[in-house]
Write a protein that binds this ligand. Structure first.
Ligand SMILES: [Zn+2]
Length: 329
C-alpha cells in the first residue's frame, strides 16, 4: 500500500537528551502493552518538532530499540526512515498547492484519512500509529471528527498528538488523552548544550533569557543573529519615537523577519521598556504608560496573527508602532 504521508526532506529522526525520559517511559508502557490509545505530548519549545515526532513514533515501532533510540536498522526503522511505513499516518500542516504557503490548520480530509487508516488491518506486527503535529492547529471540524476515534479507539492503534500548547486544544480532546509534558532543560544543562553547539559563552545567557529558557529557540535565534536584528529595531524605534524618522522610513529600513520573530522583536522591546519604566518612581503618568505598554504587549499575538509575507502583517506592524508612539508620548 502506498504511504501518502507528507514528506519533509530529509526525513530526520532525532531527539534531544532532555526529551528522552518521556520517550523511554512511553516505550516501557508500550512494551508492557499498557500504552493508552491516545497520548498528548506537549513540548515546551516553539521550535519545529517534526523530527521529534518521527523519533517518538519510530521508537514505539522499532523492533530492536537501542536504549531509548530507534535502532535505525530493523524493518520498522528502515520503513520509517524512507517514509514507507504502511501503518503510520502523519497529519501536519500541508502546503497550499496554489500559494505554496503552509496551510494554517490541519484539515478534516487529513483526519478522515487517518480514521480510514485506523480502520484497516495492520500490515505489520508493531501496530498502527497516527501522529498529529502541531495538534493545536486542528481546526474545529478536524477536532470534532477526531473525537469519534478517541471515543471508540480501534485495537492495536495509538494516536499521538504532539503540541506546543496543549491549552489550545479543545478540552473534549484533551480529556480523552493521557498527557505528557516535555520540559525544557534547566539553565545549566541548556548552557552546556548550547556550548556544545559552539555558541560563544558570553552570548549563551543573553539568548537563553531572550528565548525564556527554551534552549532550542535560543540556538535558533543565535543562528539567525537575532540580537543584531533586535539592536537594529531598537535603534530605529528610538529615532521614530523621537521624531527623527517617520513610520515609512522606519519600516523601510528595518530588516523585516517572519511574523514569529517580528512578534518576538516587539515583545522583547516592550518588555525592556516596561522594565526601564519600573526603575522609576511611579507617577500617575508613568502608571498610565506602563498600563498601555502591558496592554500592547499582551495584545501582540492577536495584533500580528497573519501569515508571513503578507501585506497585512506590514500594516499591522505599523499599527503597533503607531499605538506605541501614542503610549510613550
Ligand atoms: Zn529499529
Amino acid at each position: 500500500m502506498k504511504n501518502d504521508n507528507p514528506v519533509f526532506e530529509p526525513v530526520k529522526v532525532s531527539a534531544f537528551d532532555w526529551q528522552l525520559a518521556v520517550v523511554s517511559q512511553l516505550v516501557a508502557l508500550n512494551t508492557q502493552g499498557k500504552l493508552p490509545h491516545a497520548i498528548l505530548v506537549e513540548l515546551r519549545t516553539s521550535v519545529d518538532s517534526r523530527s521529534f515526532g518521527w523519533f517518538l513514533a519510530s521508537a514505539l515501532l522499532c523492533q530492536s530499540l537501542d536504549s531509548e533510540h530507534p535502532c535505525g536498522h530493523c524493518q520498522s526503522c528502515q520503513l520509517m526512515i524512507s517514509n514507507n511505513y504502511p501503518d503510520f499516518t502523519f497529519s501536519t500542516l500541508t502546503e497550499n498547492e496554489k500559494t505554496h504557503k503552509l496551510n494554517k490548520d490541519i484539515k478534516i480530509e487529513q483526519i478522515r484519512r487517518l480514521i480510514h487508516q485506523f480502520s484497516l488491518t495492520n500490515n505489520l506486527q508493531s501496530g498502527k500509529i497516527a501522529l498529529i503535529y502541531p495538534a493545536e492547529k486542528l481546526n474545529q471540524s478536524s477536532a470534532n471528527s477526531l473525537l469519534k476515534t478517541l471515543e471508540e479507539p480501534s485495537a492495536d492503534s495509538t494516536l499521538i498528538l504532539l503540541t506546543h500548547n496543549a491549552g489550545r486544544l479543545p478540552v473534549t480532546i484533551r480529556s480523552r488523552c493521557q498527557k505528557w509534558v516535555i520540559k525544557n532543560p534547566p539553565m545549566d544543562e541548556a548552557s552546556k548544550w548550547l556550548a556544545q553547539k559552539e555558541m560563544p559563552s558570553d552570548q549563551i545567557k543573553d539568548y537563553l533569557h531572550l528565548a525564556r529558557n527554551d534552549a532550542q529557540l535560543a540556538h535558533q535565534l543565535y543562528q539567525l543573529e537575532f540580537k543584531l536584528l533586535q539592536d537594529q529595531f531598537s535603534g530605529l524605534l528610538n529615532k521614530y519615537l523621537s521624531d527623527q524618522i517617520d513610520i515609512v522610513s522606519m519600516v523601510k529600513q528595518f530588516k523585516f523577519p517572519d511574523s514569529q520573530h517580528l512578534r518576538l522583536v516587539l515583545k522583547t522591546e516592550l518588555s525592556n521598556m516596561i522594565y526601564n519604566l519600573l526603575q522609576n518612581k511611579l507617577t500617575i503618568a508613568l502608571k498610565q504608560k506602563l498600563a498601555g505598554l502591558i496592554n500592547l504587549s499582551a495584545g501582540l499575538d492577536r495584533a500580528l496573527q497573519v501569515e508571513d509575507n503578507n501585506l497585512n502583517l506590514l500594516l499591522q506592524f505599523e499599527d503597533v508602532l503607531i499605538s506605541l508612539k501614542q503610549i510613550v508620548k
